[in-house]
Design a protein around this ligand. Structure first.
Ligand SMILES: [Zn+2]
Length: 231
C-alpha cells in the first residue's frame, strides 16, 4: 500500500547576513540574476543565510539522512521565502537562490542563501531581520516515508512513539524519499505559527504524524457499486 506523501513543517534558523565583494565577478550577483528578469545590481538586494535542516536528531525527534540533505540542497533554490502575518496570511519577501551543505564535525546542514529586494515594501522586513526580531524560520517539506528508527516501518503504520525509549534506543523519525521543499517562512522568535494560511498544508511534525496515523487507521468503508447497472 502506497501512503500519501508525509508533509510537515520544521523550524530553521536565520544565521546571518551574507557579506560579499563589491565587484563584477561576484558569484552572488550571477546566482541572484539567474532568477531576476532584468540584471540586478548589488545595492538592490540583501542576502541572508539560513540553516534549514540537519542530520542530527532534533527536539521533535526527527532526523534527515545525509543523502536526503543532498536532495533538499538541490531542491531549495527557487523556492520562495515568505513573511508571516497574523491577519494577512503570508507575503513573498525573497527567493532562495543557491544552497550548500555545511559541515561542522558530524553535523551536516543545508544552508541556502536567500535574496530580498530592497524595495520600500521590504524595508521593515529587512530591519526586523537585521535587528534580530525575525530570526526563526519555518520550512514546509514533503516526504514519501517517515521511517521509524526502531522497526524501520513507516511511522504512520507502526505504534512506536517518537521520543519514547524502547530498550536502549529512543524512537525518532528518519525522513526518507524527500519530494518537495514547499516554502520557507520567516517568523518572530518563539512563534508557533498556527492558524495561518500557509500552515494548512504543513503541520508541525508531531501533529502531522497524529493526523496521518488517524487517517491510516480509519476503518475502510465498503459499499456496493451498482449505479452503472441500475438501468
Ligand atoms: Zn516502529
Amino acid at each position: 500500500m502506497q501512503l500519501e506523501p508525509f508533509i510537515f513543517r520544521q523550524e530553521g534558523r536565520l544565521i546571518g547576513i551574507r557579506a560579499f565583494d563589491d565587484n563584477d565577478t561576484d558569484p552572488v550577483l550571477g546566482s541572484v540574476n539567474r532568477y531576476a528578469l532584468r540584471p540586478l545590481v548589488r545595492d538592490e538586494f540583501v542576502v541572508f543565510t539560513l540553516d534549514l535542516c540537519h542530520n542530527q536528531i532534533d527536539r521533535h525527534f526527527s532526523r534527515f539522512p545525509d543523502d536526503e540533505l543532498e536532495t533538499i540542497n538541490t531542491l531549495a533554490p527557487g523556492r520562495p521565502l515568505m513573511e508571516r502575518h497574523d491577519l494577512r496570511g503570508s507575503l513573498p519577501r525573497g527567493t532562495f537562490f543557491r544552497s550548500q551543505l555545511h559541515r561542522d564535525g558530524e553535523r551536516v546542514s543545508v544552508r541556502p542563501d536567500v535574496y530580498v529586494l530592497r524595495t520600500k515594501d521590504n524595508e521593515d522586513f529587512i530591519l526586523n531581520i537585521e535587528g534580530g526580531v525575525y530570526r526563526e524560520t519555518s520550512i514546509g517539506f514533503s516526504f514519501q516515508t517517515p521511517e521509524c528508527s526502531v522497526c524501520n516501518r513507516d511511522l504512520r503504520t507502526c505504534d512506536h512513539v517518537p521520543g519514547r525509549s524502547y530498550g536502549d534506543a529512543q524512537c525518532h523519525y528518519v525522513m526518507r524519499d524527500v519530494l518537495e521543499v514547499i516554502e520557507g517562512s520567516v517568523v518572530p522568535s518563539g512563534s508557533q505559527g498556527t492558524g495561518f494560511v500557509a500552515q494548512a498544508r504543513a503541520l508541525p511534525v508531531g501533529q502531522a504524524l497524529d493526523t496521518a496515523r488517524q487517517r491510516f487507521h480509519q476503518p475502510i468503508e465498503l459499499w456496493s457499486r451498482r449505479t452503472w447497472a441500475a438501468e
